[in-house]
Design a protein around this ligand. Structure first.
Ligand SMILES: NC(=O)C1=CN([C@@H]2O[C@H](COP(=O)(O)OP(=O)(O)OC[C@H]3O[C@@H](n4cnc5c(N)ncnc54)[C@H](O)[C@@H]3O)[C@@H](O)[C@H]2O)C=CC1
Ligand SMILES: O=C(O)[C@H]1OC(=O)[C@H](O)[C@@H](O)[C@@H]1O
Length: 328
């Protein structure tokens, strides 16, 4: 299959490209910045004409659209909303016009609105039936992207469309100590629960997310227009979420009782049901033996209330200024 992957040079895109190429697909990487070494073509996808030209020339069988402003509050709210929504529409439209019959687009778990301190989920784990409730422009843009995908699914019945909500993406180098999207390391995220609490301790290895992409593209019969949560099979935490979550999100006190042992707050079973995919990697399998031992030896620090985290730094690195729920 000839597959156009946008955002191919990003922390998720690099693994998606690697996985798709490793199973024999003809992958055409697209990004506005390929200086990191990914082989592909440079296009600024905010430029509608350039986008159309590139996809017309590529004539892909499938599109995987990952390019976006990927971090909440990393640009002005109106810019995040406008760029993410219009870029998704234009890229999908151009790919369909160029002949693509499989289209998979990155959304985000943040559509579920777990930002504010009083957030109270209807139940845990969260799944695709949990109502969306965006609380900022990034999450709202992803709700619109999911609706855009569903609209194309209805209006282009000969093609298959889906959106997926990858949990906090961890590419291979971040298991070895490279800074994560928020600037701190995975070891810091594991040893200071306040850091991962803002995303309900969710995560997914980038290669596992890449394998979901491959599984969805190759699945013989998937429903069109669906949304999928794609997360690890456990939580990014050393203690059960039934104990941890209520300390940071008091509104979860009742629902979190269901999350015993290593259970994550996000249920990825719809992705498994429809594609056969399962997340194969965990922080327990990917950290080096020394790092794993140090995390498991560590005594978790005192919880810091999410709303206070920006004013009460709990580690020596710069506080992750873009971690949206510390700003809400
Ligand atoms: N990293 C995470 O934890 C999560 C990411 N996502 C979504 O997954 C997707 C990928 O995220 P990441 O790889 O983490 O982001 P990233 O920021 O590492 O990569 C995004 C890539 O898109 C490219 N890009 C951005 N604007 C572009 C434009 N106008 N034209 C062409 N290329 C452009 C960037 O150059 C970059 O290589 C995004 O849609 C993001 O919203 C969703 C949930 C979690
Ligand atoms: O909260 C989440 O699930 C994550 O979702 C995302 O889309 C963001 O890129 C990341 O900053 C969040 O941590």
């Amino acid at each position: 299959m000839r597959i156009a992957v946008t955002g191919a040079a990003g922390r998720l895109g690099r693994s998606v490209v690697d996985v798709l190429r490793s199973v024999g697909h003809d992958v055409r990487a697209i990004d506005r910045d390929l200086s990191g070494g990914v082989e592909g073509i440079v296009v600024d996808l905010r430029d509608k004409a350039a986008t159309r030209t590139a996809l017309t020339e590529l004539r892909p069988d499938a599109l995987v659209h990952l390019a976006a402003i990927a971090v909440p509050f990393s640009a002005p709210e109106s810019e995040i909303f406008t760029v993410n929504t219009s870029m998704a529409f234009d890229v999908i439209e151009a790919a369909v016009e160029a002949g693509a019959t499989r289209v998979l687009v990155a959304s985000s778990p943040t559509v579920l609105g777990y930002g504010p301190p009083d957030w109270t989920p209807p139940r845990l784990p969260l799944d695709e039936s949990t109502p969306v409730a965006p609380t900022h422009a990034y999450a709202l843009s992803k709700v619109c992207v999911e609706e855009t995908v569903a609209t194309f699914a209805r209006s282009v019945p000969h093609a298959r469309f889906a959106s997926f909500r990858p949990c906090y993406v961890v590419p291979p180098e971040e298991w070895r100590g490279a800074p994560t999207q928020q600037g701190h390391t995975i070891l810091e995220r594991l040893s200071d629960p306040a850091l991962a609490a803002v995303s309900l301790f969710n995560y997914v290895d980038a290669r596992d997310a890449g394998e979901f992409v491959a599984a969805w593209l190759e699945a013989a019969d998937v429903p069109s227009g669906a949304r999928y949560i794609v997360g690890a099979a456990d939580a990014l935490a050393t203690a059960p979420l039934s104990d941890l979550l209520p300390s940071y999100h008091p509104g979860t006190a009742g629902a979190a009782a269901a999350l015993i042992g290593t259970s994550p707050a996000f249920d990825s079973s719809a992705a498994t049901r429809d594609t056969g995919w399962v997340a194969r990697r965990s922080w327990r399998t990917e950290l080096s033996p020394d790092d794993l031992a140090s995390v498991l030896r560590g005594v978790p620090r005192e919880p810091v209330h999410v709303g206070d985290a920006r004013r009460t730094p709990t580690h020596d690195l710069p506080v992750p200024a873009l971690d949206q729920r510390t700003l809400s």
